[in-house]
Design a protein around this ligand. Structure first.
Ligand code: KIV
Length: 295
C-alpha cells in the first residue's frame, strides 16, 4: 500500500461499482494523465480514466486520432505509479483495437500489466467481437457510445448523436449489444437526455454520462475542463468549478513580479554557507587568464 492509500479506503472494483449502482449511488469518473492529476482526482472519484483525450487536453493535438499506444502507456504508467484507490480505466486509442483480435488483446492486456483494472473502447455492434475476446481474457471493458471522438471525420465534427429516430434506436440497440458482449459499464457521450435515460432504464449495467443528461448511473467530465484549465471552446455540458487558468496565472504573475522586484527568494528560501566557508569563498579570486584562454 502506498502512502496515498488510506487503510479505510479500499480499492474500487468492478463488482463494487455494480453494487453501488444497484444501491442507487451515482458513480463518478474523471480523467487523469499523470501522477499530479491522479493524486488530485483519486480522493474525489470512483473511477479514474486515462483518456485518449490526453491528445487534445495535454499534447496539443486537435483531436484524439494521433494518440498512440506508446503515448497511452506512458501516461497510464505515470498514473498507475500513484496506486489510486479509484478503479483505473485505460482508454484504447485509435487503431489499437481495429486491426486484429490478436493486437487488441495484446494492447489491452498490456494496459492491465501496467496497472489498469479495465479498458475503454469506442463503438457499437461492430466492436462486439473485440469486446467478447477481451472479456474472455479476463479484461473488464467499458463501452463508449454516442458522440465517439475517434469517429470525428465520420460524424463531420463533434456533434450530438442520436437525435433522429433511426439514430436514436441504433444507439439503444448498440447499448444492448455491448451489454450482451460483456461490457461492465457504458460511457454515453453527447446524446439527448431522454435517450440516455431510456438506455439506462433498460440496461442492467451502469451508464456514465457526459453531455447525456442527468438520468445516467453516473457522470464523467474531463478533469482539466471541470477545473477550468482548458483553453478555447468548452462544450455546454461542461460545468467549470474553478477558473483554474485565471487562478494559476495570477500566482505565476505574482512570482514573476517578485523575481523582477528582487523579493524572491528571501533568506528563508535560501541556503547559507557556514561562516568559515563564507570567508574562504570571499577571499577567492579568479586566476588571471592567459592570452590563449582569453581568445
Ligand atoms: O478520453 C476521454 O477523456 C473520454 C471521456 C470524455 C469519456 O473518453
Amino acid at each position: 500500500m502506498s502512502h496515498h492509500q488510506s487503510a479505510d479506503a479500499p480499492v474500487v472494483t468492478v463488482p463494487a461499482l455494480h453494487q453501488w449502482a444497484r444501491d442507487g449511488r451515482r458513480l463518478v469518473m474523471t480523467t487523469a494523465y499523470d501522477a499530479v492529476t491522479a493524486r488530485l482526482a483519486d480522493p474525489a472519484v470512483d473511477m479514474i480514466l486515462v483518456g485518449d483525450s490526453v491528445g487534445n487536453v495535454c499534447l496539443g493535438f486537435d483531436n484524439t486520432l494521433p494518440v498512440s499506444m506508446a503515448m497511452m502507456n506512458h501516461h497510464l504508467e505515470a498514473v498507475a505509479r500513484t496506486r489510486p484507490r479509484a478503479l483505473l480505466v485505460a482508454d484504447m486509442p485509435y487503431l489499437s483495437y481495429h486491426l486484429s483480435l490478436d493486437e487488441t488483446l495484446r494492447n489491452a492486456g498490456g494496459f492491465l500489466q501496467r496497472g489498469a483494472a479495465a479498458v475503454k473502447l469506442e463503438g457499437g455492434a461492430k466492436r462486439a467481437d473485440a469486446i467478447r475476446a477481451l472479456v474472455d481474457c479476463e479484461i473488464p471493458v467499458m463501452g463508449h457510445l454516442g458522440l465517439t471522438p475517434q469517429s470525428v471525420h465520420v460524424m463531420g465534427g463533434f456533434k450530438v448523436q442520436g437525435r433522429g429516430s433511426q439514430d436514436a434506436l441504433r444507439v439503444l440497440e448498440d447499448a444492448h449489444c455491448l451489454q450482451e458482449a460483456g461490457c461492465f459499464a457504458l460511457v454515453l457521450e453527447g446524446i439527448p437526455s431522454e435517450l440516455a435515460a431510456r438506455i439506462t432504464q433498460t440496461l442492467s449495467i451502469p451508464t456514465i454520462g457526459i453531455g447525456a443528461g442527468p438520468h445516467c448511473s453516473g457522470q464523467v467530465l474531463v478533469l482539466h475542463d471541470l477545473l477550468g484549465l482548458t483553453q478555447g471552446h468548452r462544450p455546454k455540458f461542461v460545468r467549470t468549478y474553478v477558473d483554474g487558468l485565471d487562478f494559476l496565472r495570477q500566482a505565476l504573475t505574482r512570482w514573476a513580479e517578485d523575481v523582477r522586484g528582487g523579493v524572491f527568494p528571501s533568506p528563508a528560501e535560501s541556503y547559507a554557507l557556514p561562516a568559515g566557508v563564507q570567508a574562504a569563498v570571499a577571499a577567492w579570486t579568479p586566476a588571471p587568464q592567459t592570452d590563449r584562454e582569453a581568445r
